[in-house]
Design a binder for this molecule. Sequence first.
Ligand code: GAP
Length: 582
Amino acid sequence: MQLDNHQDTSIDGLKERVLELAKRRGFLWPSYEIYGGVAGLWDYGPFGAMLKHRVESAWRDIFVVGESALPIETPTIGVEELFLASGHLSNFVDLIVECVNCHTALRADHVVTEYLKSRGIAADLCDPGIAGACVPSSEKTQQLIDSHGITCPDCGGPLGKVHDFNLMFTTHIGPGTQRKGYLRPETAQGIFADFPRLLRFHRDRLPFGVAQIGKSYRNEISPRQGVIRLREFTQAEAEVFVDPREKNHHPRFDEVANVEINILSKDFVGTASVKSACERNIIAHEYLAYFIARCQEFFIRVGVRESRLRFRQHLPDEMAHYAVDCWDAEGLTQHGWIELAGIADRTDYDLRQHERQSGLQMAVFVPYEAPKEVERIVVRPNMGYLGPKYKGKAKQVAAFLSGISNPEGAIVFDGQVVDPEGYAIETVRESISGDFVTPHVIEPSFGIDRSIYTILEHAYDEDTIDGERRVVLRLSPHIAPVEVAVFPLVKALNEKALEVFRLLRRAGLLVEYDDSGTIGRRYRRQDEIGTPFAVTIDHETIENSTVTVRDRDTTKQVRSSIESLADVLREMLVHGFDKKSF
Ligand code: GAP
């Protein structure tokens, strides 16, 4: 597969054209326009909402139904403990700086890197952070602003002090209470908090996946890229809980082993099958590789062009605080390569954090195939010695000693060494039937809104039909908001056309009826919203009960009987206009 290493420049101002079409045709528009709009908040109009619904359904088909994952829905408001445990309260910050003159809030690190890049100066803003990750440091960013005299990119005014800004929206839960709440910045934490119940639901067995589609919120500092960076957006996330010893043995790996993907990592750039990427240690293990392949399957199904899709491994300095390995699925758009999804190995980080915060055990008992005989060294308290020595505390000391397994060196209780006469050390043989394991989490996490923008951009095309320029959205029939349009050629045929429209609607197709304007205009409108097929009722329909079916992409037409129309269209929607068997 050939990777496009350039953005599609065949259409001038593609980004603007896509957004203009999206607004005009009812896919997407800025929220609260009548009050001036708010950056980072966008509405889905009627076609956008249906498109989004179908994209989410395609995701559900692959990641919920296809994986037998447990679908759940948890609140968008999270309690403080949740985000103390997850690390979002301390780590989910960006650097902010305000212009003293125009008061615009800016991402400080972005202002500095863009300024230095425009002058050809290499920028290093990082201090080593958690687990060796590199996070832009406020001190270094401030130093660079001061030493280069960097000013506000909007008005040229002086910049204030750089400081951390936590991206979570805060609220209070209940009137008059001091119980803090936060709008979730990822859907994942609701899943982790439910882990003990979900584990029981899954009869205490690993592996299992849990999936959730829902809104997430991030108070982005300056979201300027349309729908790419939003303050409220939809995520589709699966958290797959696995025994860490099994990460390199995905039970269904054979199904995807030969899937070829475009890879960009520090060790490899090019195309390889996920199997060979695993064997060559480009991808750390089969679980990550399996979900990377499923991720590609999803994107291709919903219409992201394979040649403009790549998987890029995070460098250690950009990894989220919870991940040890992460691959971004990136789509090439007029905004450059943008992250559409991340497939991360979150290890046992989240479960251990929640275990610590809640005091509840998150480990799973994994039984062996057959019980094992093991030797263990135990401590037997000698009450004859402990009683007179510790008096009222003797029982407590005995319980402490009984709880020790495989002791090493002197035994200390309450800061004091226990006399060796107070206990005996014995080796016992026992049969054990399994281990307690804290599962690791493999997480495919998708941004639905960015995916939708990319789908629209990749589907957008302009061509010339009968000497006339037309705009056409070549949407995949899997996700087109309208599958079939029905038109009467002239008003006198409205009744027959409505009959056909109702017949197709009863057959379960997404169908739209349109009798306004010329037939040419009606075709153009459907082309612009990406409707794969249009059915026209003409004079011949009255004579022989047949209609024309027009293909959006080629504009070719065929006749079909009304009787078999629903079946013909269903087949065309699955196999394409030319692959029909009638
Ligand atoms: N649970 C993991 C997680 O949230 P992430 O990479 O921060 O990982 C996952 O987010 C996906 O959510 C991203 O790949 C992106 O598509 C989408 N996303 C993140 N922030 C976004 C924003 N401000 N606006 C729109 N989509 C966003």
